[in-house]
Design a protein around this ligand. Structure first.
Ligand code: HEC
Length: 160
């Protein structure tokens, strides 16, 4: 009779191993997300993290030949206010590629206030307009001024 006794130990061992695997698997499901970061390499901090314009962060206040490198704006009285105000919504390029008189700049500001949500500039407005009209004034290479029709002496072209 003794010879027919079934040995359950291998089966119990298998069940045990299966149980341990199940426990480990559930632990993985529950805590896996927490553990994952510790197996990843540390992020490498680049020494000169670059900005969208390709300049390094160190260039934030860099001025070369009177031009503020990061914005391209002329570095002069009123620059800080203009930078703070006029680069909030768009690139400073929109400013630097334009030329206008005081009236022209004021008109552009009014237009942005009326249609683009530019806020009231208060006492900064005169500083800003002065800076713009001084450094971004119309030049000869820009668009020519409108003809003064009344001042033109008209003549009849005689064709023989
Ligand atoms: C509240 C957001 C905002 C601020 C602040 C702002 N602008 Fe603008 N500006 C705009 C928008 C929007 C446009 C239109 C952009 C486009 O057409 O792509 C624009 C366009 C312009 C243009 C181009 C106008 C044209 O006729 O093409 C100039 C120049 C300009 N802005 C100058 C300035 C100056 C100078 C300042 C600082 C006083 C300033 N902006 C501040 C929103 C703003």
């Amino acid at each position: 009779m003794n010879n027919f006794k079934v040995d359950f130990r291998p089966l119990l061992l298998l069940i045990n191993i299966g149980f341990v695997i199940c426990v480990l698997f559930f632990c993985y499901l529950i805590f896996g997300d927490m553990l994952a970061p510790s197996f990843q390499p540390d992020p490498v901090v680049q020494k000169s993290a670059s900005t969208s314009s390709g300049n390094s962060v160190d260039d934030y206040d860099k001025v070369v030949d009177g031009i503020h490198v990061q914005t391209g704006l002329i570095y002069a009285e009123g620059f800080e206010i203009v930078r703070a105000t006029c680069t909030a919504c768009h690139s400073a390029k929109l400013v630097t590629q334009n030329r206008a008189t005081k009236e022209g700049w004021t008109q552009m500001i009014r237009w942005m206030q009326a249609t683009q949500g530019l806020w009231d500039l208060g006492k900064n407005e005169s500083t800003i307009v002065n800076y713009l009209a001084k450094h971004y004034a119309p030049t000869e290479v820009g668009r020519r001024a409108n003809l003064d029709v009344a001042a033109i002496e008209w003549y009849i072209l005689e064709l023989e």
